[in-house]
Design a protein around this ligand. Structure first.
Ligand SMILES: NC(=O)c1ccc[n+]([C@@H]2O[C@H](COP(=O)([O-])OP(=O)(O)OC[C@H]3O[C@@H](n4cnc5c(N)ncnc54)[C@H](O)[C@@H]3O)[C@@H](O)[C@H]2O)c1
Length: 263
């Protein structure tokens, strides 16, 4: 154990796969006890078992972050299981089929996306912040997206609105709870290699056209995003709050990229 999260007790939502799973493994490797929460019980269980096999401490929790009672139960189970909770990574999120532009996105797609991607952060904070205060303070990291900061020509109106809300909520929470010992930050990832993005970049042509807008010329990995969440959750970031950290290979820094760069 390297120890950057030694003594911390963390709850990570959506930790059964992708970025959340990578974060759960990284937090645990650095010494945190990790409550691995996911709507897919088997996935949460598998991640928790992997942590324990490596000598870490984990608790598998099953719940829906869009459901108020479920969020209350997940926080309570983590706090009870570890004797306190000081770290919350609100990571769970979805992009739903049918999320398109404002004129053709069905209302139920809009509502479920807002529930899973935005209301979830409110609910986990509603129950998580009192737990963090009981522990004497702590850190919250919210997973937003680069679409919260810059517009996308691939419309996903509900996802974009939800992620914008996550960044706005992060700032307000940071201000309200800063003097009570809780830091609150957001991360804004760019495209990260997951099964979802593999399906999206399924032809060489699509890949070449998107790569043009990527200064680093490649997708990120879940581990690269988890590393930034880990930094923000750790005491190394003790003077960082209210920030929206881009983890996007430079995409939001770019205005125009000359096709000849790096070729
Ligand atoms: N992958 C990307 O390119 C990318 C880019 C920017 C932001 N993000 C954000 O990062 C976060 C994680 O994305 P990912 O790519 O790892 O996705 P993923 O689909 O690989 O993992 C998401 C996890 O959340 C779980 N989940 C889904 N709905 C849930 C619910 N209602 N309650 C509890 N758990 C639920 C899933 O079962 C899954 O294990 C999301 O908030 C996403 O919006 C991802």
């Amino acid at each position: 154990m390297a120890g950057r999260m030694k003594g911390k007790r963390a709850l990570i939502t959506g930790a059964g796969g992708g970025i959340g799973r990578a974060a759960a493994l990284a937090f645990a490797r650095e010494g945190a006890a990790v409550a691995v929460a996911d709507i897919r019980h088997d996935a949460a269980q598998a991640a928790a078992e992997e942590i324990e096999r490596s000598g870490g401490r984990a608790l598998a929790l099953c719940g829906d972050v869009a459901d108020e009672a479920s969020c209350a139960e997940m926080v309570q189970a983590a706090e009870r299981g570890f004797g306190g909770l000081d770290t919350l990574f609100n990571n769970a999120g979805v992009v739903l089929p049918g999320d398109n532009d404002a004129t053709d996105t069905p209302l139920d797609v809009w509502q479920r996306t807002l529930a899973v991607d935005l209301t979830s952060v409110f609910l986990c904070c509603k129950f998580g912040i009192p737990a963090l205060l009981r522990a004497g303070g702590g850190a919250i990291v919210n997973n937003a997206s680069m679409v919260a900061l810059v517009g996308s020509g691939f419309p996903q109106i509900a996802y974009t609105a939800a992620k914008g809300g996550v960044v706005a909520m992060t700032r307000e929470l940071a201000i309200v709870y800063g003097r009570r010992g809780i830091r609150v930050n957001a991360i804004c990832p760019g495209p990260v290699r997951t099964p979802m993005t593999d399906a999206f970049f399924d032809t060489e042509e699509k890949w070449v056209s998107r790569r043009r807008y990527m200064p680093l010329g490649r997708l990120g990995s879940p581990e690269e995003v988890a590393a930034v969440a880990l930094f923000l959750a750790s005491d190394e970031a003790s003077y960082v709050t209210g920030a929206a950290y881009t983890v996007d290979g430079g995409i939001t820094a770019a205005y125009v990229i000359d096709d000849r760069i790096g070729t």
